[in-house]
Ligand binder design. Structure first.
Ligand SMILES: [Zn+2]
Length: 118
């Protein structure tokens, strides 16, 4: 494995994840605004609750993705990201883009699923 290339590709991926995180957070804020419009003066009476309710109202998929991205960025910063935890081979960048939380390469994932480890 070429160390320089690996650092470079993780930097690229990190930037990409940060961009996507920003988009997701913008999406959450838009959800919040839409929520205020829809609920009208109800929101005014429960300001303390509204933020949590808006988070609850956010699509599960988006929240999950945001958590995956934040975990991935933290892992990149720790320097133990992008390597398969079973065979220690680098996980292809395309796979990491699709599933930021991927810890196994496709081959190991298939083995793990077949043997019901995950
Ligand atoms: Zn593997």
């Amino acid at each position: 494995m070429n160390q320089v290339n690996d650092v470079k590709r993780l930097k690229q991926l990190r930037k990409m994840l940060e961009d996507e995180r920003r988009l997701l957070i913008n999406g959450i804020q838009q959800h919040s605004l839409a929520g205020i419009d829809a609920h009208g003066d109800l929101v005014d009476q429960s300001t303390d609750l509204s933020e949590r309710e808006q988070m609850m109202g956010l699509e599960e998929r988006d929240r999950q993705r945001l958590m995956d991205i934040e975990a991935a960025i933290a892992k990149i910063d720790q320097g133990d990201y992008g390597v398969c935890s079973m065979c220690a081979e680098p996980i292809p960048l395309e796979r990491l883009k699709a599933i930021p939380s991927a810890e196994l390469c496709v081959k190991c994932k298939q083995v793990a699923e077949r043997d019901a480890w995950v």
